[in-house]
Ligand binder design. Structure first.
Ligand SMILES: [Zn+2]
Length: 105
């Protein structure tokens, strides 16, 4: 019980990239969870820098992405997570949370 790792905890979620049949491809992102209100869903805020052409400066921007949370991953608001792109799971979800990430930013 004490040494149970995340990879050992099996789950019955078919939309899990580790235990289910969901394949991931394309973009990998990291961001902070801002909401876990919806069932099996997390809203993740992705910070990025955008070059501002005219003055050659950078501005900080944020985008919010809705991602699927499999049964084997427990996350809370404020956690840093890694997202991987997958097939579209619902109208708003095309990403899945694959693990908790140690955020530096
Ligand atoms: Zn799983």
């Amino acid at each position: 019980m004490a040494n149970e790792t995340e990879s050992k905890a099996a789950c019955a979620d078919p939309r899990c990239p580790m235990h289910g049949s969901l394949k991931t491809k394309g973009t990998v992102l990291e961001g902070r969870v801002v909401s876990t209100k919806a069932k099996k869903t997390a809203v993740v805020e992705i910070p990025y820098v955008k070059k501002e052409g005219k003055y050659e400066r950078f501005e900080k921007r944020r985008s919010k992405i809705h991602a699927h949370v499999p049964d084997c991953i427990q996350i809370a608001k404020g956690d840093w997570v890694r997202l991987e792109e997958c097939r579209r799971l619902s109208r708003t979800k095309a990403f899945v949370v694959t693990k908790k990430a140690g955020g530096v930013k």
